[in-house]
Design a protein around this ligand. Sequence first.
Ligand code: PLP
Length: 232
Amino acid sequence: MLQENLEDVELKIQSACDRAGRKRSEVTLIAVSKTKPVEMLEEIYDCGQRDFGENKVQEMVDKYEVLPSDIRWHLIGHLQRNKVKYVVDKACLIHSVDSMRLAKAISDEAVKKQCQVSVLIEVNVAAEESKFGVSPEEVIPFIEAIADYPNLRIEGLMTIAPYVECPEDNRAVFRGLRQLGVDINEKNINNVNVHILSMGMTNDYEIAIEEGATMVRVGTGIFGVRNYGTSH
Ligand SMILES: *Cc1c(COP(=O)(O)O)cnc(C)c1O
């Protein structure tokens, strides 16, 4: 059953790539497995899925311990500084850096553990009060301020678009994030090259791909609705 869901998502990703004249290999599908039991993750692991997204540190670490080591774990939820030490050497990418203090904490821990940590800057493109993320106007000065932090690799941007009935309504949000990436790259900030755009969820990932997403985060579309917890 999960295999069918995955195949369905895969077909939609492929058509969105076709519509946009993009290659399928430009887009990474992250299976967002938060609140879902390990057995469900194993089911799609067996179909070949390797990128998984979790929004809570403890849950990511618990699953990391018991699942195969070739899984790439993406931390997509808000990260508290006191939990940084549990994830820097386990997550392949932290999608949610939104403050200098957090960036500093990640850098310090990476130096301590002698590893490089790849991160995305979370941007609140739609300027929703309820959301984490740096505002679009602040992104460039923010990145300039943290670009030299040791062992921290800024690889791109992430956004959580608003929940909308009609996914088309989020096109401007995705376009905005992409343009921001172009603007940042034009600044030629040392050590910074925006080449990852993490945007699009179950409701709107096809639009996000049309607008340049290189990572889409799909939970419900693969695992079904979540019974408990909130979507973020
Ligand atoms: C839960 C979550 C998703 C997946 O949401 P779905 O609508 O179930 O696809 C994507 N990104 C983030 C940051 C999330 O917390």
